[in-house]
Design a binder for this molecule. Structure first.
Ligand code: SF4
Length: 331
């Protein structure tokens, strides 16, 4: 990555930006994003994260107290219990220095039933896993794409990727803690086809899937600004038929639905902008990707594209281009 702005997010709204804060897609799952960095540079990364990124311009870290406060507001607004706080991020959650306190704060929230997180597993160790368990973490979704060390390094785009350590962490979670483990490989056709059955066997042998499914196999989906490896395209039909075939062979659930995780639709936090609406915003900082700036209006943060020349602190009119799931992109 070329020079990157390191930005501590404090005193700006935590709703509206894909790269940090809280995302509410109108279900009982609130996505919590405390940090945006990642130590890997996976060849398939949908967010172009990590040291090899060509587009990322800023790395964000969110103030813990503000994050917990915003979470409490969103959780109470939904007027339900049974919320899942899902720490996912556009990078690697374990890079957040106050991860244990974050898990603790979320699990102590009276609306929360489940605290889960995604990780590539590289930054975990037994001591940290024990602390996360004591803090109330319910499930870890760990992405592992291959059990072959060389292929795993190539896919991670990082020579220092240590598959042995990742496997050790996965086994420790499944066998020594109450935290459930879900192995979540991305199937890259033509690259890791032979690894998928091996990963299913590994997950089952290790003891993943104590309360939730043991595996969450994902089909690779190219993203406009993500990295795209040279893979053979695969239809959804073939993808699901292979999963069903493996379900028969391994006697485990592989075709998943939101119900498998106890997810349901509920009241969404207010959406404050309409598409194509003209809005006066205040530019408050550098954007996540090159050419972008962060702006604030109506208690939300907005990503303004093509904004290189707009100085921070300036008030400008923008047009809302995208308003899906309370994530706002303007021009
Ligand atoms: S671990 Fe995830 S966020 Fe990091 S580079 Fe790989 S795919 Fe991207």
């Amino acid at each position: 990555m070329a020079r990157c702005n390191n930005i501590l997010i404090r005193d700006i709204p935590l709703f509206g930006c894909i790269a940090f804060g809280i995302i509410d897609r109108g279900t009982n799952v609130l996505q919590v994003r405390p940090i945006s960095e990642c130590p890997l540079s996976c060849v398939f990364c949908s967010t172009d994260a990590g040291p090899h990124s060509k587009r990322i311009a800023s790395a964000y870290m969110v103030d813990l107290e503000q994050l917990l406060c915003a979470f409490e507001w969103a959780a109470s607004y939904k007027e339900i219990d049974g919320i899942e706080a899902h720490i996912d991020t556009v990078g690697e959650p374990a890079m957040y220095p106050r991860l244990v306190e974050l898990v603790e704060g979320l699990s102590e929230n009276s609306h929360v039933r489940t605290v889960s997180m995604q990780t590539n597993g590289t930054l975990l160790n037994a001591k940290l896993i024990d602390k996360l368990e004591a803090a109330g973490l319910s499930r870890i979704n760990m992405s592992i794409e291959s059990l072959d060390p060389d292929l795993a390094k190539r896919i991670a785009g990082t020579d220092s990727y240590n598959l042995g350590k990742v496997i050790e962490n996965a086994e420790y979670i499944a066998q020594n803690t109450e935290i459930d483990l879900l192995i979540a490989p991305v199937w890259l056709t033509g690259i890791n086809d032979e690894e998928i059955p091996k990963l299913i066997e590994f997950a089952l042998r290790t003891g993943a899937g104590k309360r939730w499914p043991a595996l969450g196999i994902q089909k690779f989906l190219p993203h406009k600004y993500g990295r795209k490896p040279d893979i053979r395209p695969m239809s959804w039909e073939i993808f699901y038929s292979r999963l069903r075939e493996w379900e028969g062979i391994y006697r485990t659930k592989l075709v998943l639905t939101p119900e498998d995780f106890g997810s349901f639709e509920c009241r969404a936090i207010p959406r404050v902008f309409k598409r194509y609406e003209k809005v006066k915003v205040k530019i408050v900082g550098h954007g996540w990707m090159r050419g972008e700036k962060l702006a604030v209006a109506r208690g939300r943060v907005i990503t303004v594209v093509n904004a290189d020349s707009i100085p921070i602190g300036r008030e400008v009119y923008v047009r809302m281009e995208r308003v899906v799931d309370g994530i706002y992109i303007a021009r």
